[in-house]
Design a protein around this ligand. Structure first.
Ligand SMILES: O=C(O)[C@H](O)[C@@H](O)[C@H](O)[C@H](O)COP(=O)(O)O
Length: 248
């Protein structure tokens, strides 16, 4: 697991734009598309420097989504749409969102979302292994409790054997959500965590200094995926020794 620390959000914005350009280039050498799963929270606000030149080749997925209307202020899709595309005319090749027709049945929202993903992978000949669809990049946040996507510490969802699953009792509101599982995240070509703020420094200390990754879903993802990179600001990194990983 790679670690890079920045003095502020600006450095993270610049670095993530460079990383995504590199991953996009690599993906487009193999296929016509770049597949990326994106978290909600403050993460989409860090994507302002992302190069939009090849957006017509991007397939955007929700790393997790709250089961709300796509135009609700609680929707991760709305947040990502606003931050990446704003008022521009630029659009990705496809942005897979939940079907709000099923909002009264979380399981159906989940089945439908996975179905949309599978159809896209099949239609475009994207790589898969069994029931796992291979995603080029998962761009993930982490909460102060160490959750990532809607994978919460000590929650049953961590034992899911599905690729995509749902929770109806999320400790963080709103309670009903769908999420990529550990199985799915293990198979992603790359996982990039963007973590800012002092509220996360203890979890970062446990993951990077105390070797207690497995206590936290974000740490577990980093352990099981062989290609994870963490971009932190100095507030999140304040309890670890980051001298050799400080970028600017
Ligand atoms: O669906 C959610 O409730 C959010 O997406 C959540 O999972 C968020 O990504 C993390 O809590 C990190 O949030 P911040 O980046 O805002 O700290």
């Amino acid at each position: 697991m790679k670690l890079e620390v920045f003095s502020g959000k600006e450095g993270i914005c610049e670095r993530v734009a460079i990383i995504l350009k590199e991953l996009e280039t690599k993906a487009l050498e193999k296929s016509n598309y770049f597949t990326i799963a994106i978290s909600g929270g403050s993460l989409p606000l860090l994507l302002k420097n992302v190069n939009k030149e090849n957006f017509s080749k991007w397939i955007i997925l929700l790393a997790d989504e709250r089961c709300v209307e796509n135009d609700s202020d609680d929707s991760n899709a709305k947040l990502i749409d606003n931050e990446l595309f704003g008022s521009t005319n630029i659009k990705p090749f496809r942005f897979i969102k939940i079907n709000s027709e099923f909002l009264n049945d979380t399981k159906k929202v989940c089945e439908n979302y996975y179905g949309q993903m599978r159809e896209t992978w099949k239609e475009l000949g994207l790589p898969c292994t069994g029931s796992s669809l291979i995603i080029d990049c998962a761009l993930l946040g982490m909460g102060p409790d160490g959750h990532t996507c809607s994978l919460f510490p000590d929650h049953d969802i961590l034992r899911s054997v599905e690729f995509l699953d749902y929770v109806e009792n999320s400790p963080k509101p709103p309670p009903k959500r769908i999420t990529l599982t550990l199985n799915a995240l293990k198979m992603c070509e790359n996982v990039v965590f963007l973590v800012t703020g002092a509220s996360k420094n203890k979890v970062i200390e446990d993951i990077f200094k105390k070797d207690q990754k497995m206590k936290y879903p974000a740490g577990i993802v980093s352990e099981i995926n062989s290609n994870s990179t963490w971009l932190l600001d100095i507030d999140a990194a304040s309890l670890i020794n980051y001298k050799d990983n400080f970028i600017k």
